[in-house]
Ligand binder design. Sequence first.
Ligand SMILES: [Zn+2]
Length: 398
Amino acid sequence: MGDPIPTAPTKKHGPDCDPSAVSQTIRFIHVADLHGHFGYREQFYSKIKQAHLSALDEDAYTLFTNGGDDYEKGTVAEQLSGGYATLEATQALAFDYRVIGNHDFAWGPEQLLEYSRDDVATVLASNTSYYGNDTEGFNGVDFAIAEVGCVKVGFFGMTSGPWNELDQEVTPPGDFIDDFSMRWDWNNRARELISAYGEQVDYMVMLSHLGHGTDTALAEFVDGIDLVLGGHTHDSPTTTRINNSTVVLPDFNAKGYTDITVTFDLATKTATTSDPQPQSIAESSPIDQTTQTKIDSIMGTYAPDASTEIAISQKQPSRDKVLDILHASLTDFTAPKTAKRYTINASFLNRDEIEDSEIWAPGSLTQEDFHNAIRLSVSRPTRRGSAPYIRSSLAEMS
Ligand SMILES: [Zn+2]
């Protein structure tokens, strides 16, 4: 008969069910691929949090969800802290539900365990299993149930395969890191979970870091998913309706979120999912001061000099010129005393990876500017190698 089905953790959100109500809404504020964009300037995280809090004010049955990829690319604080700044910034946002993305494996097993522990958020990891021996264990769960007023919402969460330093998919996919094994039969995994828990819930959500194409294909072939809250694809926000499912891709790099309202007929538990509304974070968007204070403290702890001027650009250099400058500085940094010159793999300073933008406009340059000039990532099974080192070199060079 197979293993017994583990009891899904259940959490209550919002006021009790009103037995006299005939209908009820649930609102989702969904983000994905924040990629550590919490640094000083844009205040994206505290603006996103304020959007969540405003929605919660309007509808007490609001869930704050995150489709994964909290780590990498966003701020020099992540490199300087070995990932911890991003871990803390993610927890500071206090999501209700989040899924692990491929980039969230970047700092190794120990940090992934900590990242799975969150005082507020339930972390979904339905195709990830932990076989290490940390006594506190891994807090990622296969399935969770949200009791939202009169409605029970089921959540499972899927993670995509590893990508390499050049943001290319590694094929065939292998496990990301030690102590964690992955399953890539996403459709079968989804069917298993839906058959195990589907009866216990009124509405089924897949929180997904598989990318919009895979999400849409999965939703087409796997019956019983009402809403896919996606991520992974860095593209304009979009929605696809297929096989009675609404498949949502939000904005990325913390530039926006998608707002979705589902209305339930409580007699039949029939759900109507509104057209998802992508919203951009603007210069003038209001901030949540509590979150901003936490972010400021994280930046102050891990990257106090992130916004200090360390160089001045006198005229806007071309991308090739920037490549030369970075290469020369990096080579010099690698072995300044011995004059020994290391060969630097061109892939780390791929011309096309260098930002050719107003970062280099005449004026002050900070650690964040240098970091933003070349946003590398390290996610791959054999990581913990040179890439983080080279990235911190870039951050510390001045
Ligand atoms: Zn991403």
